[in-house]
Design a protein around this ligand. Structure first.
Ligand code: OOG
Ligand code: MG
Length: 257
């Protein structure tokens, strides 16, 4: 697909996101491949940057079977996180900003220094200065939250919001922690950090590989979301959302109309 068409689709997605108005899956009316999809994603971030929202990191998606099964997409994907997506821990967000938002429990890495390329799993320590429990809010810009692999990649992997909990010393032993998503004191999803590729550090490793392959350098201070351990759950007005990761402080936010 030529550059002009890719940019047209990128602007369409940016407009759907900013107006919280769903659009048809791009794949319904356009033939495009995965490479095009990542280019659409990149182009769709440009207007956000122009509005003053810097890149703050990357996210990994479909790193757990629970997520792949829920959405019917079975390949790992990655997307970009920008400053406008950041919601403070114990803060609140309004449903009016979204189309059909869902929440999912995650683990987040904070990057200590610029990552020069793909890093081997055993060498990742020096690039990470903290880890935290996190919640991701995802909101597909496509009707009915339905998409192909290419569609979801073009749509920046449904990235919409993130809430990062208290940062703590990084540990290599985070492969077997229970993870829960709680709405108003009731558990709505549960899994283990083990569900994230067997070990969330493997997700960070994959992020370094993909960032290098797609020429989107990971920089000091960036945050990397490892992907959800459980299926995502639709938000409702008035609820308090909490994620619990074993051995970490709770991370939470509330939802207004
Ligand atoms: C795509 C985003 C996937 C994850 O953590 O697996 C993702 C979606 O489910 O809409 O963020
Ligand atoms: Mg996610």
């Amino acid at each position: 697909m030529d550059k002009m068409d890719l940019n047209k689709l990128a602007l369409k997605l940016d407009s759907a996101a900013t107006h919280a108005l769903p659009i048809r899956q791009l794949s319904t009316d356009n033939a495009y491949n995965l490479e095009d999809a990542y280019e659409i994603q990149r182009l769709a971030i440009e207007p956000r940057k122009a509005r003053g929202f810097a890149l703050i990191g990357l996210k990994m998606g479909f790193t757990s079977v629970a997520k792949m099964e829920q959405m019917g997409v079975h390949d790992m994907i990655w997307g970009r996180l920008t400053a406008d997506m950041d919601i403070p821990n114990h803060g609140s967000t309004s449903l009016a900003k979204y189309i059909h938002p869902r929440a999912e429990p995650e683990i987040c890495f904070r990057v200590a220094k610029d990552i020069p390329g793909e890093i081997a799993l055993e060498d990742l320590d020096e690039y990470v200065d903290a880890i935290a429990p996190a919640i991701e809010i995802i909101d597909s810009r496509f009707e009915h939250f339905k998409f192909t692999l290419e569609d979801v990649v073009a749509d920046n992997c449904s990235s919409t919001g993130l809430i990062i909990g208290e940062w703590q010393e990084p540990s290599r032993n985070i492969g077997n922690l229970s993870m829960q998503l709680i709405f108003d004191d009731k558990e709505v999803a549960a899994g283990s950090s083990n569900d994230i590729l067997g070990d969330p550090w493997k997700s960070l490793q994959a992020a370094t590989r993909l960032a290098a392959a797609y020429n989107e350098p990971i920089k000091a201070g960036h945050v990397i979301m490892a992907g959800a351990a459980t299926a995502a759950v639709f938000l409702k007005p008035g609820i308090e959302v909490v994620a619990k990761v074993e051995g970490m402080e709770d991370v939470a936010f509330s939802v207004t109309d």
